[in-house]
Design a protein around this ligand. Structure first.
Ligand code: MRU
Length: 353
């Protein structure tokens, strides 16, 4: 079993995902600054896992507080701001800090710091445990939807599924969002093969999803991101399913850059394209995808390939880490509560209420 993240003895432990699959290095730290660095550099990544690590990072920050109770509110405010500045797109991070702030707001006045920190640890662990449980629920709802949408085809053969980036245990701590659905569908005998798009520039598909599938003995084929339309044209893909970093109230979905291009290709070929994400990834406060903050990352992620310079150092680069797939390209959004098909505006709101 992959141990993506842990929190024991006031120490955060995580598998450094930058090194996979060539090296499995488990890092342990008590420093909240190190934990923020791990989020920024994608040593830990994937929306639900970023949320889990954000909760534990707040705990590390609390544990290094050594002032009087009166000075704590200022310290806490700065700590939360630092954690929130680590990555902008995955709303799970802000969901986690909101949970921690809620505990602070409710209990600060009436508790000692020790009691308060104890309550906050319970909240951080709950974020982690909830995300694990969410994966199992998404897997169930996702497989139901696939069975329903492919009832005819499944009478004669299994399905080939395209996925992008990494949405498995490494991204969630549980079985995964999109990859969790895929794993469950494979166990149920619905899947022939998983096509994993490489996910340039940091190669989460080629490095991480392939590694997870190998561990689970699930057959897969890795492709360059630009191959998906051609494979669809050749009938080699039946549907796509990906995760999400933030879903707006109307269903527009931000996910790893390249997600939208696959969706356009799927639409062109009449293939269903699904999103799988926990309710913690829905940002009901924004009406559509134009309001989702999209992270731009360092130009050298493109100009170099894992440390090797491949472009002129002066090459101007635009390196968006995510794109937004408009809701009309999405056949269904599989959440931990249910799979939503059709009217996202009213259905997503109901999931939050
Ligand atoms: O930049 P990353 O690797 O954090 O991006 C991750 C993704 O885009 C995932 O698809 C998304 O977070 C869903 S993870 C279950």
């Amino acid at each position: 079993m992959i141990d993506a993240v842990s929190f024991e003895n006031n120490t955060l432990g995580y598998l450094d995902q930058r090194l996979l699959p060539l090296k499995e290095e488990y890092v342990r730290t008590k420093s909240y600054q190190d934990a923020i660095g791990a989020i920024k550099t994608l040593a830990v990544r994937g929306a639900p896992l970023i949320g889990i690590v954000a909760g534990y990072t707040v705990m590390l920050g609390l544990n290094s507080f050594d002032g009087e109770k009166e000075t704590f509110p200022d310290y806490f405010k700065k700590l939360i701001a630092e954690v929130e500045a680590s990555r902008p797109t995955a709303v799970n991070l802000f969901f986690a800090t909101a949970r921690m702030k809620e505990v602070y707001d409710t209990h600060y006045a009436s508790s000692s710091l020790e009691e308060l920190f104890g309550k906050m640890l319970v909240a951080a662990r709950k974020i982690h445990n909830d995300e694990i449980a969410n994966c199992d629920n998404m897997a169930r709802h996702g497989v139901e939807l696939i069975r329903q949408d492919f009832a005819e085809i499944l009478k004669t053969r299994k399905l080939n599924v395209l996925t992008h980036c990494n949405t498995g245990t490494l991204a969630t701590g549980g079985s995964g969002t999109a990859l969790g659905v895929i794993k469950h569908a494979w166990n149920e005998g619905l899947i022939e093969k998983v096509i994993t798009a490489e996910s340039r520039p940091l190669l989460q598909g080629l490095r991480l999803t392939a590694w997870e599938l190998e561990q689970e003995n699930i057959p897969f084929l890795s492709i360059s991101d630009s191959s998906s339309a051609f494979l669809m044209q050749k009938g080699m893909i039946d549907f796509g399913i990906v995760g999400a970093d933030r879903i707006a109230a109307n269903g527009d979905t931000a996910n790893k850059i390249g997600t939208f291009a696959h969706a356009v290709s799927a639409e062109r070929h009449g293939l269903p394209y699904y999103i799988a994400a926990p309710v913690s990834t829905i940002d009901i406060s924004i009406s559509d995808g134009t309001q989702i903050p999209i992270e731009e990352r360092d130009a050298d992620e493109l100009r170099t390939i894992f440390g090797t310079q491949v472009a002129m150092p002066s090459t101007p680069v635009l390196n968006y880490a995510f794109d937004v797939t408009p809701a009309e390209y999405i056949r269904g959004i599989v959440t931990d509560k249910k799979a939503v098909v059709g009217n996202y505006v009213s259905e997503l709101q109901k999931l939050i209420d």
